[in-house]
Ligand binder design. Structure first.
Ligand code: ATP
Length: 211
């Protein structure tokens, strides 16, 4: 079974996350997409939803997708959300399965700053979502890693249990959670950038408001 793990802060989850992850999941021919909010969001501003609210929004965003689940893994553990530790734990829990860690090009470009980044490929594959016209701007360390491990055929992720990097073309949806939080605080336009159910939840819970 091919498990695709999509981690992020998701504060809040938006259409950029949802549409690109679903496109990537389809290209990967995955069996399950597990969308996993991280435990400790590195807040760059004072607005923010609680971990359980972020998880609830992820659940709502993919409610219509039978092969997608909101994954509380990192919220249930009293530690920093290191992707490596999570993937090692998942590998122990599901030793027969292939794990694919899905991330955006901007996150992959800085992979060498992650805890134990060189170990990631020992337990998982990496799938990098690339938008049209996106320049790579990978660090030299990341470039070297890609040179050793990059493949172009998704079949290789089904054949081997870990160790490959694949780049996937995904649609351009130019939005970030930071921009959304700022728009909400300033009473600007934001609703069209999140799934309808998520917009309703944000309003009902009165999230991202300033005083
Ligand atoms: P913030 O603005 O708070 O940093 P964000 O919108 O970038 O948030 P994250 O939760 O940090 O969202 O991102 C989770 C993952 O989703 C990362 O791998 C990131 O590269 C990817 N991602 C974020 N926004 C988009 C988008 N518009 N299109 C495709 N991928 C995205």
């Amino acid at each position: 079974m091919l498990r695709v793990i999509f981690g992020g802060t998701f504060d809040p989850i938006h259409n950029g996350h949802v549409l690109t992850s679903l496109a990537a999941f389809q290209l990967l021919k995955g069996d399950q997409l597990q969308v996993m909010p991280s435990a400790q969001p590195p807040h760059r501003d004072s607005l923010g939803a609680s971990p359980s609210q972020r998880l609830a929004m992820v659940r709502l965003a993919y409610a219509e997708q039978p092969d997608v689940c909101a994954e509380p893994w990192e919220l249930q553990r009293e530690r920093t959300s290191y992707s490596l530790l999570t993937l090692q734990e998942m590998h122990r829990k599901w030793p027969q399965d292939h794990l694919v860690f899905l991330l955006g090009n901007d996150a992959f470009a800085k992979l060498h700053t992650w805890h134990g980044w060189q170990e990631l490929l020992r337990v998982a594959h990496l799938a990098v979502m690339q938008r049209p016209h996106e320049t790579k701007e990978w660090s030299p360390e990341v470039q070297a890693l890609a040179q050793r491990s990059q493949v172009t055929d998704v079949a290789e992720l089904h054949q081997a249990s870990h160790g490959a990097i694949i780049c996937l073309p995904t649609p351009e949806i130019a939005i970030s959670a930071t921009e959304l939080r700022q728009a909400m605080a300033a009473h600007g336009a934001w609703e069209q950038h999140v799934p309808t159910e998520v917009a309703a939840y944000i309003k009902q819970q009165q999230l991202y408001q300033t005083g």
